[in-house]
Ligand binder design. Structure first.
Ligand code: ACO
Length: 339
């Protein structure tokens, strides 16, 4: 633990990983009663990736995304001080972050999971930022990874069309306040609507005969799509506006709008409400569907690899989802330390 001093933070590198197995809309229509036309027109999704087979887990995806990020810096895995794995689908309820730590050889890193559904990456980034600004840690790996295909009811056409598996990672490093690229954030939770989107725990009917203890297991994803849609298109623009106002940045200054990739209609409505040109929307959900905590770092990594984002670009990132949770981070992009 180093001395307490206010610093800044900058993103050094990004990486991502998706499973090889693809499932397109026509293939989904062989499993449930739906069609490519319905799915694409309502969501913008064409296909998604699924972690199939029995020899891979979320840890493999998260580790691959992390290694790709690390390999584009001059850092070694042993230079990482902290790993935050944002996920709602760990392979161990006690957490998967420590398995990622072991797999990538980040032997000096503290590692923990953070559960906040599709807002997980935004919350992970903001959490990392606190540790960096306080001077506690220098290099932090933030991963968003989810394999919601494992928690999807593949007979429910209202949800199984939406989700896909993936992982995205960023390495953030502390820096001087002048070089700071995380300009600000705005976070929210409203637990009174938690039932709109959940993977809830179901108790067994009978208690343990001696202990009067009810055990159980987690169910599949259940979602009230209409309510989640209404929540996203009303609350996300407000969060962005609040965040921009606190930073004295105008909507016109935004170069890129990077929202959680839930539904193309949500992306378009949020951009319209903010009068942001659709050319500034970063979107890749046609290829991957909704990858939950992975969707933002996966889309960010792709946009960087496609050279879309330039130095000093202002990127507005917003996550939203189960909880309900939602929030915004505003970045000023700088690629100075990339190899
Ligand atoms: N194929 C064909 N028909 C379908 C399908 C399907 N896959 N799913 C539903 N329908 C039918 C319904 O049964 C309904 O039929 P009816 O009118 O005869 O009753 C009709 O299509 C309309 O259904 P709606 O649910 O009203 O469809 P809607 O236009 O709202 O679109 C959708 C549904 C795409 C799920 C939309 O509500 C949505 O995207 N909501 C947001 C979901 C979201 O973003 N969730 C993730 C949050 S992130 C996280 O934390 C995990």
């Amino acid at each position: 633990m180093k001395s307490f001093m206010i610093q800044g933070a900058r993103i050094l590198a990004t990486g991502s990983a998706v499973p090889n197995s693809r499932l397109n809309n026509n293939q989904v229509s062989q499993i449930v009663q739906t069609s490519d036309e319905w799915i694409f027109s309502r969501t913008g999704i064409k296909e998604r990736r699924l972690l199939t087979g029995d020899n891979q887990s979320i840890v493999d995806l998260a580790a691959l995304a992390s290694t790709k990020a690390l390999n584009s810096t001059l850092l070694q895995a042993s230079d990482i001080d902290l790993i935050i794995l944002a996920t709602s689908s760990p392979n161990d309820l006690f957490g998967s972050a420590s398995q990622v730590q072991a797999k990538i050889g980040a032997k000096n890193a503290v590692a923990f999971d953070l559960t906040a559904a599709c807002s997980g990456f935004v919350l992970g980034l903001v959490t990392a930022y606190q540790f960096l600004c306080s001077g506690s840690y220098r290099n932090i790996l933030v991963i968003g990874a989810d394999v919601l295909s494992k928690w999807t009811d593949w007979s429910d056409r209202s949800t199984c069309i939406l989700f896909g598996d993936g992982a995205g990672a960023v390495i953030i490093q502390s820096c001087s306040k002048k070089e700071n690229s995380i300009l600000g954030f705005q976070l929210n939770t409203d637990g009174s609507y938690a039932n709109h989107l959940s993977i809830s725990y179901q108790q067994e009917v009978n208690a343990h005969p001696i202990l009067n203890l009810y055990q159980g297991s987690f169910k599949y994803i259940s979602m009230n799509g209409k309510e989640v849609y209404k929540f996203a298109v009303s609350q996300v623009p407000l969060s962005i506006l609040k965040c921009l106002k606190s930073l004295n940045i105008s909507v016109n200054d935004i170069d890129w709008l990077l929202l959680h990739q839930a539904n193309e209609r949500i992306l378009n409505v949020v951009a319209e409400k903010l009068s942001i040109s659709s050319t500034k929307i970063i979107a890749n959900l046609n290829k991957y569907g909704n990858t939950s905590a992975a969707s933002i770092p996966l889309a960010l990594d792709e946009a960087i690899k496609e050279n879309k984002i330039s130095d000093n670009d202002i990127i507005v990132i917003s996550g939203f989802g189960a909880g309900l949770t939602w929030g915004t981070v505003v970045l000023k992009w700088s690629s100075i330390l990339l190899k």
